[in-house]
Design a binder for this molecule. Structure first.
Ligand code: B12
Length: 481
């Protein structure tokens, strides 16, 4: 069959929306191609400059007629639309409408994080979507293509479809055991240089040709603010070091990537695996640089591993610290990571000369001023190189979301808007909006003032690159706002 995979236009708060290669779509593409389908990857959000809709909303998208023309020319039997974010859903629906305008016979299927979380809502909201797929999409999408218009679709896991005016959902329960068995992402199916050279800088990397790498899928932890596992599955599944190294060979030798983002949800759940991957990179003599912008676990790091990571090209790590208060981190967020764990891991990385950044969440329910002060105090005491604080967002499907509904703080129809990426989403008796905005400023100011000598030393020794400064600059600018 001819299958077009479309990344829809989207909206973002500023002109600087991040742009990394779409691994999910590339994985689907290579899997379907392996099974004999003819695939087009079409990114309808790739524009040279976004259109300003208002002061805090920019539209990244090709014109409707270009989208329709591309679909018409490829003449697909099926169009798959990938949708990740709530604030992107209307644009994704619109693609389905445009496809049906080209020909009502084309079957439309939506997948990605958004349908995985919202399920039935997708088919209720948009009559132009015929099917939606929940979770990891390779096997379900392939089965759908093989069984279109037959009764067998009722056996396809993760599929949502209409039947007698009802929306049916076939529960998703199995996930690919060994993601290493999947063919590598189909980077050859589109012009990958548009992503490689997008200059999306994530924590100091990305100003050289950059690709992303996924060495495992999902995370077994259930932090109360995260819903990632509802798309990626409940269990952590990993690729063998040899399998990962084969992809690294390709990334370096064929695509000439100089920077790599390791995007795993829990890269270091098995430290022995990371060790063998690093040894493989060192043995091959590769000189590319990598980091972990999606955050790695504080646990499972020792001195030997940190040194190996450094030798293998790791230039910085983001740690999922989330809060400097043990109470907030463990009782409210359920991270099960002690202050001592953090101190020891940060120490190992510093010794190995790898700058460490803390991914942080401000404004979880129960975060009183006292807990917040405790948090800053601990963060200031750590030799971290940068902090990346966000406000808590109750993504649907998280314990945080359920808790806020139970306490009548948000309603069930709460939808993540674009403003929520920048401003506090909810308030509790412990803080109002202004208090949270102040806390964020206080954290950034307190942290960087106390860390100024360290930042300067790192800059002078070249450990913190000038590109990492773009993030520090953003933090400093926020303070002035
Ligand atoms: C890489 C990544 C990014 C990249 C871009 C991703 C891209 N190009 O696609 C960057 C760094 C740019 C990014 C940015 C953001 N991200 Co992000 N990102 C991720 C991350 C870490 C990995 C995504 C990935 O590659 N997964 C691996 C592949 C294999 O899985 P997949 O993409 O889900 O695809 C599978 C299925 O979804 C399905 N599928 C996907 N498409 C389709 C289509 C069809 C037709 C079918 C059938 C199936 C299907 O099949 C695929 C293969 O199995 C996820 C976490 C996660 N694990 O999902 C967060 C995540 C998606 N991001 C998230 C967020 C919030 C953001 C930001 C909004 C953050 C911010 N505050 O600004 C920004 C916004 C985007 C922007 N443009 O600026 C959230 C979304 C939460 C939600 N529920 O809505 C996630 C889940 C992280 C989290 N735990 O909260 N992100």
């Amino acid at each position: 069959m001819r299958v077009a995979l479309i990344i829809p236009p989207y909206r973002y708060l500023n002109r600087f929306a991040l742009r990394t290669e779409p691994l999910g779509v590339e994985y689907l593409a290579s899997f379907l191609r392996k099974h004999g389908h003819e695939i087009l990857i079409f990114d309808a959000s790739l524009v040279i400059s976004p259109e300003k809709l208002n002061h805090s909303c920019f539209y990244y998208g090709l014109k409707d007629h270009t989208i329709k023309e591309t679909v018409r020319r490829f003449a697909p039997d099926v169009v798959g639309i990938s949708c990740y974010y709530n604030f992107n859903a209307q644009d994704a629906y619109k693609v389905a409408v445009l496809v049906k305008e080209v020909s009502p016979k084309i079957i439309t299927v939506m997948g990605g994080v958004y349908p995985s979380i919202y399920k039935q809502k997708i088919l209720k909201d948009c009559g132009a979507i015929d099917y939606a797929v929940v979770g990891e999409g390779e096997q379900s999408f392939l089965s759908l293509l093989s069984n279109l218009n037959t009764k067998a679709i009722r056996d396809i896991e993760g599929l949502l479809y209409r039947q007698n005016n009802e929306i049916v959902y076939n529960e998703k329960s199995s996930f690919i055991d060994d993601p290493g068995e999947l063919p590598r992402p189909a980077r050859d199916l589109h012009d990958i240089t548009r992503y490689m050279n997008s200059k999306t800088v994530l924590y100091g990397l990305g100003d050289r040709p950059t690709l992303s790498l996924l060495t495992s899928r999902s995370c077994p932890k259930r932090c109360t603010f995260c819903n990632m596992w509802q798309t990626q599955g409940p269990d952590w599944r990993f690729r063998s070091p040899e399998n990962v190294l084969e992809e690294i060979d390709e990334i370096v030798n064929k695509y000439k990537a100089q920077h790599v983002f390791i995007m795993d949800d829990n890269f270091n759940l098995d430290p022995q695996r990371v060790k063998v991957i690093c040894e493989g990179i060192i043995k091959r003599g590769y000189r590319f640089k990598w980091n972990t912008p999606n955050g790695i676990s504080v646990k499972n790091i020792n001195g030997e591993l940190a040194v190996l990571m450094k030798r293998a090209g790791c230039v910085n790590v983001c740690l999922g610290i989330e809060s400097g208060s043990e109470y907030i981190r463990n009782r409210i967020m359920k991270k099960n990571v002690s202050n001592q764990d953090i101190e020891s891991t940060v120490k190992h990385f510093r010794k190995a000369k790898i700058p460490v950044g803390a991914l942080l969440i401000i404004g979880m329910p129960g975060e009183t001023r006292e807990y917040f002060k405790e948090s800053i105090k601990f963060l200031k005491s750590l030799p971290l190189s940068f902090v990346s604080p966000s406000f808590a967002i109750p993504f649907r499907g998280t314990m945080l979301y359920n808790n806020l509904i139970r306490n009548n703080i948000i309603t069930e129809d709460f939808d993540v808007g674009m403003d929520n990426l920048k401003f506090p989403v909810f308030t509790t008796p412990d803080f109002d909006r202004d208090e949270l905005l102040n806390r964020r400023r206080e954290l950034i100011a307190g942290f960087y003032l106390s860390h100024l000598p360290l930042t300067l030393t790192e800059l002078m020794t070249g450990r913190l690159t000038w590109t990492s400064l773009s993030m520090l600059k953003r933090n400093y600018l926020e303070l002035l706002n």
